[in-house]
Design a protein around this ligand. Structure first.
Ligand code: ATP
Ligand code: NCN
Length: 209
């Protein structure tokens, strides 16, 4: 699972998903837009639009799936609920991985039921340029004894481990910067897939909040 606000999806998300698929030899990567992201304000565009942009961005990329399941639930999109649903789909023995960037990881102790996340899945933290802050005491305690140093050790069990991964291509692209550029009329070429930019232009998205 790679969840996100995806407001909008950009090449940092998509390239990370492809490299996760390869590095962890995953069957597939469920990219899941949050209908209502729990720890931030309302996104600029509605969930259905963010999902449509994600579908356009993924296109026919092998191994990546745009998964609409959080749009079918009411209330905040808690990852523990999403992982519980994925666990039901894949069964008790499946290796389940929740991937997140280092910036999102830094706030993990504030998430709903953080211990439960580890009962349901492994966590893989993707190194992200410009996001290297020290861990809080609460986060250090939460992950104590969980860290492993290789994909092989992670995949020995269905859930419960933590792996920090430096993917081959680190991209300093953020949706915040993309929105700012769109709103100011600056170029977003090569930050987004062409199909995503085309859809944004066609529908006049992100011109203003
Ligand atoms: N360039 C990137 N490289 C690696 N991981 C990323 C990158 N951009 C986002 N992520 C990760 O993808 C997940 C979803 O990110 P999100 O949709 O919040 O995008 P964002 O670019 O961080 O957005 P914003 O700037 O609006 O906060 C998070 O776990 C985030 O850390
Ligand atoms: O479950 C939670 O409490 C929780 C709190 C904050 C973020 N998340 C999830 O983390 C992912 C990235 O969130 P964000 O806000 O960085 O786009 C997205 O899938 C969110 O639903 C989940």
């Amino acid at each position: 699972m790679l969840g996100g606000t995806f407001d909008p999806v950009h090449l940092g998300h998509l390239r990370s998903a492809v490299e996760l698929h390869e590095a962890l030899a995953l069957d597939r990567v469920h990219m899941i837009p949050a209908a209502m992201p729990p720890l931030r304000g309302e996104p600029w565009v509605p969930p259905e639009t963010r999902l449509a942009l994600l579908e356009a961005g993924i296109g026919d990329t092998p191994g990546l799936v745009a998964d609409p399941r959080e749009l079918r639930r009411d209330g905040p999109s808690y990852s523990a609920d999403t992982l519980a649903a994925l666990r039901r789909d894949y069964g008790r023995e499946a290796r389940l991985v929740m991937a997140l960037g280092h910036d999102a990881f830094l706030r993990l102790a504030d998430w709903r039921s953080p211990q439960r996340l580890f009962e349901l899945a492994h966590l893989v933290v993707i190194d992200r340029p410009d996001h290297e802050a020290p861990l809080s005491a609460a986060l250090a305690e939460l992950i104590q004894g969980r860290e492993v140093d290789s994909v092989e050790s992670l995949m020995q069990r269905p859930a419960g481990g933590l792996l920090r991964l430096r993917l081959p291509t680190r991209m300093a692209i953020s949706a915040t910067a993309v929105r700012r550029r769109l709103a100011s009329g600056a170029s977003v070429r090569y930050l987004l897939p062409e199909a995503v930019e085309a859809r944004i232009r066609r529908d006049g998205l992100y011109r203003q909040r």
